[in-house]
Design a protein around this ligand. Structure first.
Ligand SMILES: Cc1cc2nc3c(=O)[nH]c(=O)nc-3n(C[C@H](O)[C@H](O)[C@H](O)COP(=O)(O)OP(=O)(O)OC[C@H]3O[C@@H](n4cnc5c(N)ncnc54)[C@H](O)[C@@H]3O)c2cc1C
Length: 360
């Protein structure tokens, strides 16, 4: 990890909003061609969901520190605890910001802005009993755990000796399973709305169908009950005693899927004992009103509207403002975020200099 500082400075200043893999990748490319890059991050540490979200047992956080040190040596400035725009954030989104910066100020102080703030707004489950104590968004559990592991205060949510139900079968759900096992949960059940995928991919399947395959992570192997085609009907609470207002069980129902449509199986309602329910059903959109503050057009899902092909790839409708990563494509994967950040850097460089040696 040897720093590769630019031999020639361009005098151009670029602001990157968000320090996840998309923002980091864009920042590094742009610094290496001589631009002065500042990365603004609302949280107290750099790295986005790779730092706070993905558990330490899945990714060694020193990798981010090494990359950061290399980037600092290449001239990148990191500003943490600073939120761009400062609009209110939805429940379940961490914000360590002590300072806010307006969109107009950024546009005035920098020659280009890259919006790489991710898509942190978690999908909620607004059913009866949602307000009960013990029902949490996955990241309300996972992020304090990252902070505790890195020497911060204790995770306020402990599932030691508790019955945990994880709602949602993806990566975030799997990370809740692994973390709950490390806490010493009494039982862990992960339920998913969709039917159980086959053990083997259907290789003959062609676009637009995605060849789904059952994925079993090391967290699942450590211990977890998994069940598919389950709908969650209600969170049931203790009615009396000291636990009144706390989650006791989940009322669920079996689903039948035909041609992509689901139907409840009559008479199949059942209860799962639960002291803690973790909602891991994906993320719906970027947060914090950043896109509105910059006047950036959004797609139907509320992400920044920008293409990935052609000379204008990653350009938004606002000249000098670009978007990459989950903030543009919706919650996805680290490799996509890195690819988008790197490709976006090329367009930004071309916008500022007229041409670019950065790879497409
Ligand atoms: C629990 C969990 C597990 C996952 N596991 C995997 C996995 O195993 N493999 C995989 O490939 N992907 C995984 N993902 C997805 C992956 O982490 C994301 O797709 C990726 O991090 C997106 O990168 P990004 O840079 O676009 O955004 P993010 O990583 O979300 O980074 C955005 C950053 O911008 C900051 N920010 C937002 N708004 C502002 C603002 N207004 N001002 C300042 N800062 C702001 C945020 O605080 C955040 O730090 C997982 C996600 C989660 C939640």
């Amino acid at each position: 990890m040897v720093p590769q500082p630019a031999t020639r400075k361009t005098g151009k200043k670029i602001a990157i909003v968000g320090s996840g893999p998309a923002g980091m990748a864009a920042a590094q490319q742009l610094a290496r061609v001589g631009h002065a890059v500042t990365v603004f991050e609302k949280n107290d540490r750099i790295g986005g969901l790779v730092r706070y979200g993905i558990p330490d047992f899945k990714l060694d956080k020193r990798l981010i520190d090494w990359r950061m040190a290399q980037m600092k040596a290449e001239g990148v400035k990191f500003v943490t605890g600073t939120m761009v725009t400062g609009a209110a954030l939805p429940a379940g989104v961490v914000n360590d910001a002590k300072k806010t910066l307006g969109a107009e100020q950024l546009k005035q102080d920098f020659d280009a802005v890259v919006l790489a703030g991710g898509a942190e707004n978690p999908r909620d489950l607004p059913i009866l009993g949602r307000e009960l104590e013990g029902v949490h968004f996955a990241l309300e559990f996972l992020i304090p755990q990252n902070k505790e592991v890195s020497g911060g205060r204790r995770n306020p949510i402990s599932v030691h000796g508790k019955h945990v139900v994880v709602i949602g079968g993806g990566d975030t759900g799997s990370d809740c399973v692994g973390t709950s096992n490390r806490h010493g949960a009494a039982s862990i059940t992960q339920i998913e709305l969709l039917p159980r995928p086959p053990e083997q991919e259907n290789g003959a399947l062609v676009w637009p169908y995605w060849p789904l395959r059952l994925r079993t992570s090391s967290s699942h192997e450590e211990g977890c009950e998994r069940d598919w085609a389950i709908g969650t009907k209600e969170f049931l609470g203790h009615q009396e005693g000291p636990d009144r207002g706390r989650l006791k069980a989940i009322k669920a129902v079996r689903l039948e899927w035909t041609d992509g449509k689901m139907k409840e199986v009559p008479g199949s309602e059942f209860e799962i004992a639960a002291d803690v329910a973790l909602l891991a059903m994906g993320f719906v959109s970027p947060v914090g009103g950043v896109l509105d503050a910059f006047g950036v057009d959004k797609d139907a899902r509320g992400n920044a509207r920008a293409d990935t092909e052609g000379e204008q790839a990653y350009s938004t409708n606002v000249p000098g403002v670009f978007a990459a990563g989950d903030m543009r494509r919706g919650q996805s994967l680290v490799v996509w975020a890195i690819r988008e950040g790197r490709q976006c850097a090329r367009t930004v460089d071309r916008f500022l200099m007229g041409s670019s040696v950065l790879p497409r």
